[in-house]
Design a protein around this ligand. Structure first.
Ligand SMILES: [Zn+2]
Length: 117
């Protein structure tokens, strides 16, 4: 699993770069940074307000998709069974730590799953 601690410094740097060129759209800035070998007009031309709208729409259901035990969220939770993700549900059911490799977890979330026992 990728380190969640990478997100804040990356967003800070991105914000710094963007503020130096406020006329760019976010997609335009990303395309300028990545320099893709093929054109990506959907990314390049998307307006920031449209991006924000889509992001807000996607975040809404995620707030309701949180494992009550390990608190995994952001759509990483998978299907909830009695409010718990499959890892926590199976761990509780079997009495042994069960980690499905298709469900990425932070070390904090893993720790909370293990605390079931
Ligand atoms: Zn869980």
């Amino acid at each position: 699993m990728r380190d969640p601690d990478r997100i804040d410094p990356l967003l800070a740097k991105l914000g710094e770069a963007w503020k130096r060129h406020p006329d760019l759209r976010l997609g335009q800035l990303l395309v300028a940074l990545v320099k893709p070998s093929e054109a990506c007009p959907e990314v390049f031309y998307i307006e920031d307000d449209e991006l924000l709208k889509r992001l807000s729409k996607r975040l809404l259901p995620m707030e309701y998709n949180v494992c009550k035990t390990c608190r995994a969220s952001d759509g990483r939770c998978g299907m909830l069974i009695d409010g718990e993700c499959l890892n926590c549900h199976k761990t509780r059911e079997t009495g042994e730590v069960q980690i499905d490799m298709s469900l990425p977890r932070t070390s904090e979330e893993l720790k909370r799953t293990m605390e079931i026992l």
